[in-house]
Design a protein around this ligand. Structure first.
Ligand code: GN1
Ligand code: MG
Length: 370
């Protein structure tokens, strides 16, 4: 189906004047649609959900329905009380003309339209400590928003997501394939990355073990709080919304904390090819933590605090493992534009992990002061 015919099934007022690819997501296909009428303009986001990643897109749409309902009620109550220093926002689903949350096309692909958070942008890399602090506030406020969302209303969007032991098992299975053996045999760099994984397998289970022991408990988490999923208000420079709600579900908030820091504290970004530029920036980390704790510090137990460093080391390792496994499997999960891209993305994450390990004492010092 042509995109313009597809988007016409949704209930947006005005005439469609532009429909262009939008953003840099690694999973779904995203477009920005602009509508005009005689007195104003409406911008919305059209997305095709990646069925390869989310085999049951109807689950993520049902989840999005519940999550946005819960959060919008809370946001509106808070906005009325007028105690916040800003208007916190969250995108909402735009229904189809026949009042559904999504459209399924002739190939079985699920398409949705959501509101665009206006006069705000997300950045692919941190712009400096102030931006990092606003990212921390946005994630902390998001954790507050979803903290009392009934977990039984949300179904698991992606079984095994952020379970590092599952990624290790998937990696081990991939290593046995002919294709992976050939790729490993042909590249010294791939062999080095495989060794990197072997040396850290045990450490990688730290959060899972803590959860089993009952030291850490699942709460609602975002699942993908990287820097370009955090909207910053163009006018005030303040964080205003977390976007990409596909993976919101019960999980450890440590995963969000570690994932946000791995993304924000690497100003070189995920696609850097010069590894010497990939360094964990502690000033950005300090600023992020300050913003996060201001919004969510009261949720943190002593045990939670104990595992913050582990989460910062774990998430770049886990993402590097996921990129590397996908490289060895033939790039089937993350979108790529060239065959070595996932290999390079893995190199970046592992370098970041090394940089974190080298700064362990100092990072722990920052975390102690929180
Ligand atoms: C994917 O869709 P996007 O680009 O926000 C991935 C995250 C990774 C991220 C790395 C569902 O997120 O887990 O951290 O790429 N999302 C999923 O850039 O796998
Ligand atoms: Mg995503």
């Amino acid at each position: 189906m042509e995109l313009s015919i597809l988007i016409n099934k949704f209930n947006v007022k005005g005439r469609l004047v532009s429909l262009q690819p939008f953003g840099n997501g690694n999973i779904n296909d995203t477009f920005l649609a602009i509508y005009r009428n005689t007195f104003t303009e409406t911008q919305v986001i059209l997305q095709r959900v990646n069925r390869n990643v989310f085999p049951k897109p109807e689950i993520i749409m049902a989840n999005m329905h519940e999550i946005t309902k819960h959060c919008h009620e809370k946001l509106e109550a808070d906005a009325k009380s007028g105690t916040d220093d800003r208007v916190w926002q969250m995108p909402r689903i735009i229904k189809t003309k026949d009042a559904k949350d999504y459209v399924t096309d002739e190939n079985g692909d699920v398409w949705r339209v959501i509101t665009r958070i206006m006069s705000a942008h997300a950045f692919d890399v941190a712009q400096g400590p102030e931006h990092a602090m606003e990212c921390g506030s946005a994630l902390g406020h998001f954790h507050y928003l979803i903290s009392d969302l009934d977990p039984t209303t949300v179904k698991d969007p992606l079984p095994g997501f952020h379970i590092t032991s599952d990624y290790l098992a998937k990696y081990d299975a991939t290593l046995k394939t002919k294709q992976a053996k050939a790729l490993l045999g042909a590249s010294m760099e791939a062999k080095r990355l495989a060794k990197f994984i072997t040396e850290r397998r045990k450490l990688a289970l730290c959060l899972e073990k803590a959860e089993k022991k009952g030291e850490l408990k699942k709460r609602m988490f975002h699942g993908d709080p990287k820097v370009n999923n955090i909207m910053i208000d163009d006018v005030t420079g303040k964080g205003t919304a977390m976007i990409d709600l596909d993976t919101v579900s019960p999980g450890l908030i440590h995963i969000d904390f570690g994932d946000a820091l791995r993304s924000i504290c690497n100003p070189a970004g995920e696609e850097e090819t010069n590894l010497t530029k990939v360094v964990f920036d502690e000033d950005l980390a300090t600023a992020f933590c300050k913003g996060y704790m201001k919004e969510a510090g009261t949720f943190m137990t002593d045990a939670d605090r104990e595992y913050l460093f582990d989460s910062i080391r774990l998430l770049p390792f886990e993402l590097g493992l996921r990129f590397f496994q996908d490289y060895l499997a033939g790039n089937v999960y993350f979108k790529t534009t060239q065959p070595e891209q996932n290999l390079n993305r893995a190199r970046v994450q592992f370098r970041l992990c090394e940089s974190i390990e080298a700064r362990e004492r100092s990072i722990r010092g920052v975390l102690k002061k929180l």
